[in-house]
Design a protein around this ligand. Structure first.
Ligand SMILES: *Cc1c(COP(=O)(O)O)cnc(C)c1O
Length: 401
């Protein structure tokens, strides 16, 4: 059966052109990039070329790009590296309630080691308030980390405005741009960011390779200690094939950025229109306009996201009910709770994320089938959808599952 993959925020299929450069690097480019002989020099050359490709995708200097083993490592490095470097200056960090767990759990870890963290709230659309940010800044604040775009609800934060406020105060600014790369134009020079995390597998590259942009001259401690790789900032023999693959993926994402954005936006709007017009008691989560071009996130009253997912999977459609880290547990999403949804509703979410090879026919198929699936699940639900109930009651009913 044909599969329709609509979980591009979780990971993307690897582009065939990326596979090609990765396989040929694996086969022909085995030298240790630190070695001085020809095999080493060839490997080093290919890494330098990839570094330039990733740098170009965010308008950075290649010397500001440091490869890591994942987006999560880049996030950990940014937070812990700045915290450790600036302990003498202060112990306060500002972030948001809707960050990826790579940020949230790192901040919670630092709280156990003497740091204080402010988790900024968001409004019903998932946006932080610049006023809240200004008010949260103290003289001990050493770092502000706010994500570029949210992986669950797709909301895009006002990064340039945030950067301006943070820069005026002389504080270091990090943004997790893992969901932004390939979906929003990124220009680190224009944005006033000091640190920015990216990951290859969200842009049609392989899993297990990421990068941290570190603004030239910014003092930061190392996370991984050892040899002198990555200009003495990140130890470990370079993962040449994956770095080369990341470079190719970044190049493709940059070259086709506008085309991809327009394509995804058109299909996203087709999906949102179809679902909200044809299915009753549905809510679109995230900002209606300031959202990722491929993201649609819905709550269907009275039913669990997990049951929708299973029904979709049977007919060949892959989606998500929140972030990959929370599915499998019945914990409601921290992002949906932060936008003010009651816990019952936060269980009932469905995230569908469109990619560059999604077609209008795929979307038609999904909407047509979703109409029936929701009807059927609601008919089976212990809660009678024809008898409106308040969300407090809905909450209670939900806890019996
Ligand atoms: C996927 C993701 C990460 C983690 O990246 P990995 O390479 O999977 O570790 C971090 N932040 C956001 C917003 C993400 O979507």
């Amino acid at each position: 059966m044909k599969r329709i993959y609509l979980d591009h925020a979780a990971t993307t299929p690897v582009d065939p052109a990326v596979v090609e450069v990765m396989v040929s690097s694996l086969k022909d480019n085995f030298g240790n990039p630190s070695s001085v002989y020809a095999e080493g020099r060839t490997a080093k050359k290919s890494i330098d070329a990839a570094r330039a490709q990733v740098a170009k995708a965010i308008n950075a200097d290649p010397r500001e790009i440091f490869f890591t083993a994942s987006g999560s490592e880049a996030d950990n490095w940014a937070i812990k590296g700045i915290a450790m470097k600036n302990q003498a200056k202060g112990n306060h960090i500002i972030t948001t309630k809707i960050e990826h767990h790579a940020i949230l759990h790192t901040c919670q870890y630092l709280e156990k080691h003497g740091f204080e963290v402010t988790y900024l709230p968001v409004d019903k659309d998932g946006l932080i308030s610049l006023e809240d940010l200004r008010n949260a800044i103290r003289k001990e604040t050493i770092l502000v980390s706010i994500m570029f775009a949210n992986n669950e609800i797709g909301t895009i934060e006002p990064i340039r405005e945030i950067g301006k406020i943070v820069k005026e105060k002389g504080i270091v600014f990090h943004t997790d741009a893992v969901q932004a790369l390939g979906n929003i134009p990124i220009d680190v020079k224009d944005l006033n960011v000091d640190l920015l995390s990216v990951s290859a597998h969200k842009i049609y590259g392989p899993k297990g390779i990421g990068a941290l942009y570190i603004r030239k001259g910014l003092p930061i401690d190392n996370l991984i200690h050892g040899g002198g790789q990555e200009r003495k900032k990140r130890a470990g023999t370079e993962n040449t094939p994956e770095i080369v693959a990341f470079g190719k993926a970044a190049e493709l994402a940059t070259e086709h950025l506008e085309t991809n954005i327009n394509h995804m936006k058109t299909l996203r709007d087709q999906l949102i229109k179809g679902v909200t017009e044809r299915i009753p008691k549905v809510r679109l989560n995230g900002h209606p306009q300031k959202r990722l071009p491929g993201n649609a996130n819905f709550c269907f009253e009275y039913i669990e996201g997990e049951s929708i997912l299973l029904s979709l999977d049977i007919i060949g459609i892959a989606g998500s009910s929140g972030s990959a880290c929370t599915s499998g547990s019945l914990d409601p999403s921290h992002v949906l709770l932060a936008i003010g949804l009651p816990a019952g509703m936060a269980h009932g979410s469905l995230r569908l994320t469109i990619g560059k090879s999604t077609t209008p026919e795929d979307i038609d198929y999904v909407v047509d089938n979703l109409v029936g699936i929701i009807q059927r699940l609601r008919a089976m639900s212990p809660i009678d959808a024809d008898n409106p109930i308040d969300s407090a009651v809905f909450d209670k009913a939900d806890h019996h599952h």
